[in-house]
Design a protein. Structure first.
Ligand code: GAR
Length: 198
């Protein structure tokens, strides 16, 4: 068994977890353990059926489910989530397609170590259905943003952005796939830069 990293990383997912996979693969290929003492130690989902959980398990990464449907309100859900996360003493908590709005108390607790990726060129199109909204607005470009999390939804310091063209006849699905392939590059890049900065 490999030693626990000095700088543990916990990833939160709700769905397919392709950004999580990109982060885990980058951590290995780019030797984050040796270079920064960092590694992904746990993947936690609010949905028991999140596809990414299976992949994480196969990789030997600890997984947990904190099902929001089993909690009466946001406060009790966030408290249970915090307990599961804090068991790993994370240096960074990475939201990777984690589709829950977090309470201000949760965000404060992880201030400075909580990062998100959002599928738009913020500050445009915070919230949901970003690709459909970009197409309907007639945008020629769309993209993704890696940012620090603050209690205001999809705000906080931008750490990295990627731009893709919106092509004639694009559907939300086609645009989402184009953006997602960029997300897989900029999320690891932004995290690596944070790790290198100490
Ligand atoms: C990604 O496009 C991510 O930016 C987005 O969900 C997708 C998750 O894909 N996140 C949000 O919309 C957060 N509000 P993945 O599970 O394959 O990484």
């Amino acid at each position: 068994m490999s030693a626990l990293p000095a700088r543990p990383i916990v990833i939160l997912i709700s769905g397919s977890g392709s950004n999580m996979t990109a982060l885990v693969e980058a951590s290995r290929q780019r030797r984050w353990a040796q270079r920064f003492g960092a590694g992904v130690v746990a993947v936690i989902s609010n949905r028991p059926d999140a596809v990414g959980l299976g992949w994480a398990r196969e990789q030997g990464i600890a997984t947990a489910v904190i099902d929001h449907k089993q909690h009466a309100d946001r406060e009790t859900f966030d408290a249970a989530l915090m307990q599961a996360i804090d068991a790993h003493r994370p240096a960074l908590v990475l939201l990777a397609g984690f589709m829950r709005i977090l309470t201000p108390g949760f965000v404060r607790h992880y201030e400075g170590r909580l990062i998100n990726i959002h599928p738009s060129l913020l500050p445009a199109f915070a919230g949901l259905k970003t690709h459909q909204r970009a197409i309907e607005a007639g945008c020629r470009f769309a993209g993704a943003t890696v940012h620090r999390v603050t209690s205001e939804l999809d705000h906080g310091e931008y750490l990295e952005q990627a731009v893709v063209p919106v092509l004639p006849g694009d559907t939300a699905e086609a645009l989402a796939a184009r953006v997602l392939s960029q997300e897989h590059m900029i999320y690891p890049l932004a995290v690596e830069r944070l790790l290198a900065a100490g």
